[in-house]
Ligand binder design. Sequence first.
Ligand code: UD1
Length: 432
Amino acid sequence: MARFKITGGTPLHGTVQISGSKNGSLPLLAATLLVDGEVVLRDIPDISDIRTMIRMLKALGVKIEPREDGALSIDCSNITSVSAPYDLVRRMRGSFYVAGPLLARFGEAQVPLPGGCVIGSRPVDFHIRGFKALGAHVEEKYGVMHAKADRLVGTRIDMDPRFRSVGATVNLMLAATLADGVTIIENASREPEVVDCQQFLAACGARIEGIDTTTLRITGVERLTGTEWSAIPDRMEAGTFLIAGALTRGDVTVEPAEPERLRIVTDMLAHAGCDLEMGERSVRLRMDRRPRAVDVVTAPYPGYPTDLQPNTGVLMSVADGTSVMEESIFDARFNYVDELLRMGADVRVMEGAAIFKGVPQLFGAPVVATDIRAGAALILAGLCAEGVTEINGGSLVARGYEDITGKLKGLGAQVEVLPEADPEIVDPECLP
Ligand code: UD1
C-alpha cells in the first residue's frame, strides 16, 4: 500500500511517454488462450492489473516469458486447467475474459462470478446470456459460473443498445471466433481497445467482418495461429496527463498517442480554453489561464469515456462557471466527489449527474482513493491545489497507471510516495 504526497501549484512541462493500454492489453492477453502457437505481445504495461492477468493465465497452464526486448512471449499449447482461481478474479474483473476463450477452445470454463464493485453495479449477465445463445450449458452455483459445450454454435446475439458492453463484446467475440458457423453480435462495443483486439484476432486467422462497427459478423474457424502484436497507447493515461497539464496551466505533450481516438477529450479541453496541437502520434496541450466551464455526458465510444469522468470532474471543479457532468455508464462513479469537497470544491451530485460550481482554488487535504480512476483524479486535484494533498490508497492507482509518480516527476510535479498511513482504509484486493 502506498500514499502519495503532492505539493500543488507547479505547472507541468515536458513530454510524457504513454504506456500500452491497460484495457487493450487485458483482452489481448485473454485472446492468446485461443491461439495454437506462440504469440508475442509488445507494449503490455507493467501494472498490477496486468500482473494479475498474467498470474491468471499461468494458473491455467499458459507459458509466459518476458523477452529481452521487453515483449511477452506467450504459449497456450499446454493448458492444464479450465478453472480460474477466485483469488485472481475477485482482484480484477477483467480476468472474467478468460471464460469465452476457455469455453470455445476447450469446451469448458469454470470462472468465479466477479461480484461487487465500488463504481456501480457490474453484473456479467450479458456475457452469460451470450454463452447460452452460443449453445453452452451454463450453471451459476456457489458463486461460480460453470459453462460447458462440446462445440459452440454460431448465432445472433443482440446486446443491450444502452450499454454496448465492452466486457461482453470481448468475451463473446473471443468465444465466437472458434464456434461452428456464423455469429452476429449486434450493439457491440466500438471502444478502440475492443477494435484492437478484433484486429489482433484477424491477424491470427479469425474471420471477423464489421471490425470497428457495432455489428460484428464472425465466422468460426478451426484454429487460430500465433502472431506478433503491439497494444495501442493508453488513451486514459494520455487523457489524464493532458488534463493534468490543463489544471496546472502547463505545457504537456503525450506520446505515443492516437489523436483521433482522443478527439472527444481534446475537444472538451479546447472548449475549456486549452491550446492543442495534434501530431501524428502525439498531442501537445498548452494552457495559461483558468479553464472555462464545460458540460460532458459519458457514453460508449465515440462518446466521452467514463474512465476520464473523475479527472474531468476535477477540471470542472476549478473552472470559471458551472459545469454539468452526466454519467451514463456506472451509477456510483461520483464517489470521488466527497473527497473533492474536502479540498474545497462545490459539487452537488444528483441521480446520474453532478453539478460543479467552479471555485478559483482547491486546497490540499488528506483524501482517500476508492478506485483507479478516482485515485488519478485526486492526484490531479492535488497537483493544482494550494498546499499539500495526501492520497491514501495510492496502490489502487498503480493498478492502472504505469509509474505514475516517475512520469509526473519527469514533468516537474512535486510528488512523493510514502507508506500507507492507515492500511485498513482501503483493501485493494477487494476492489474492482
Ligand atoms: C470496461 C472497462 C472499464 C470502463 C468500462 C466502460 C476494461 C477492463 N474495463 O469495463 O474501464 O469503465 O468498460 O467503458 O476494459 N453491464 C450489464 N451486464 C453485463 C455487462 C455490463 O448490465 O453483463 C452494464 C454495466 O453494469 C455497466 C455497462 O453495462 O453499466 C457498461 O459495462 P461494460 O462496458 O461491460 O464495462 P466493463 O467491460 O466492465
